[in-house]
Ligand binder design. Structure first.
Ligand code: HEM
Length: 362
């Protein structure tokens, strides 16, 4: 995790303060996918290094709308053949090449069994001492690793990009966040994952980002086993789902529900706790889901996103370029993955002596 965050920080030292700034969506996409491929099966994608999206990343975004269309047509099976025009010709043209590259990456990982730099998810799928996989097993592992790369990439990219944007759009929130991080660590190398869980404003900022951006447009459909929910009987076999956006934007459940307000998530007793948020339905919000199939990446996600924000905001003063009025409801589009707008920022390296003096004064 440090390796990928540090690579991002190093790149920003080179390019972050240029007058034209950097486009945050692209850079956070590169960082998050490089990290996810590495965590999944020690695959080096080098997008940050090469400053170029891999074909896999490009393709993924090209099929985003098709996957959405597919979900819709599933509900109206008779219209199902109409979904194919939603596949872009360039996707079909490159598809076999992408599959081949992914298969090669898998073969390479199989050959390196017992000889990789760090533990990865693959290790659990095919431990170093397991017998060589059959073709059928390879196919299965190929599909699972593909899922893991995407599952470990998209929400992380979304989360780090959005947390920075929403904080920049609310300068007071950014100020509190930056202060908390910089007061906690004297040196960049002091920033360690184990110490980040106690930073309450960092936690609150990430929770609030999750509340605003809510994953899972599909509403996480589940087939009812036959049950009574909130006084209503839901017969067996009925598909139910959950209206995340309606819940998180409802003023009965969240005070000032449409604004980015990390205060929702601060504990009573925190100096910035505000009684106006006392009745928020925070206990009912489960961005990683719950029950028998919650997100298995929860702990990884917290560690990765906390580390990224802490290191980046410790090292740089973030500045948004002018005239960017991002409005979440207008500018983000939910297909299976959030289609996010471009956002231009500058990252200025912090003059350290000033910080230490300022922190000591405040
Ligand atoms: C902020 C980050 C993340 C959020 C908010 C998040 C949220 C979720 C949610 C809500 C689900 C349940 C989907 C459903 O039941 O329909 C899920 C499933 C899943 N997540 Fe995450 N996730 C995050 C990061 C990660 C990471 C880093 C990984 C690592 C590989 C990961 C791997 C998975 C996998 C494999 C599943 C499917 C589990 C299953 O089908 O049983 N997630 N995630």
């Amino acid at each position: 995790m440090h390796k990928h965050t540090d690579a991002f920080v190093d790149r920003m030292k080179e390019f972050g303060s240029a007058p034209e700034g950097i486009e945050l969506r692209k850079w956070t996409d590169w960082m998050a996918m490089d990290a996810s491929a590495d965590f999944t099966y020690s695959r080096e994608m080098h997008q940050l290094r090469d400053m170029k999206s891999s074909r896999f990343l490009n393709q993924l975004w090209l099929v985003n709308f098709f996957v959405f269309a597919n979900q819709v047509f599933k509900r109206i099976p008779i219209l199902s053949p109409l979904k194919y025009p939603f596949v872009r010709p360039s996707v079909l043209a490159n598809f076999s090449e992408i599959l081949k590259t992914n298969e090669e990456a898998l073969e390479s990982r199989i050959k390196r069994r017992g000889n990789v730099e760090h533990l990865d998810h693959f290790e659990a799928l095919l431990p170093a001492n397991a017998p060589a996989p059959t073709q059928k097993e390879k196919k299965r592992i190929d599909i699972i690793t593909g899922h893991l790369v995407i599952a470990g990439y998209e929400p992380i990219a979304n989360q780090i990009y959005s947390a920075i944007i929403f904080s920049l759009l609310e300068p007071t929130c950014l100020d509190y966040l930056v202060k908390e991080i910089r007061m906690a660590f004297r040196k960049y190398d002091d920033i360690q994952i184990k110490d980040l869980g106690s930073l309450q404003y960092l936690h609150a900022s990430l929770m609030e980002t999750l509340r605003i951006t809510v994953l899972q447009s599909s509403g996480q459909s589940r087939v009812s086993p036959g049950a009574t929910v909130d006084g209503h009987h839901v017969p067996k076999g009925v598909t139910v789902s959950y209206a995340f956006l309606a819940f998180t934007r409802e003023s009965r459940y969240f005070h000032d529900a449409h604004s980015y307000r990390p205060q929702h998530w601060l504990p009573e007793g925190h100096p910035l706790w505000d009684p106006a948020f006392r009745n928020d339905a925070t206990d009912s919000f489960h961005p990683f889901s719950q029950g028998p199939r919650p997100c298995p990446g929860l702990s990884l996600a917290w560690q990765e996103t906390r580390l990224f924000l802490a290191k980046v905001l410790w090292q740089f003063d973030a500045e948004m370029l002018p005239n960017q009025r991002i409005v979440f409801e207008r500018d983000f589009r939910m297909f299976p993955m959030w289609q996010k707008p471009e956002f231009w920022v500058r990252f200025h390296l912090v003059a350290r002596e000033n910080i230490l003096t300022n922190s000591a004064q405040s």
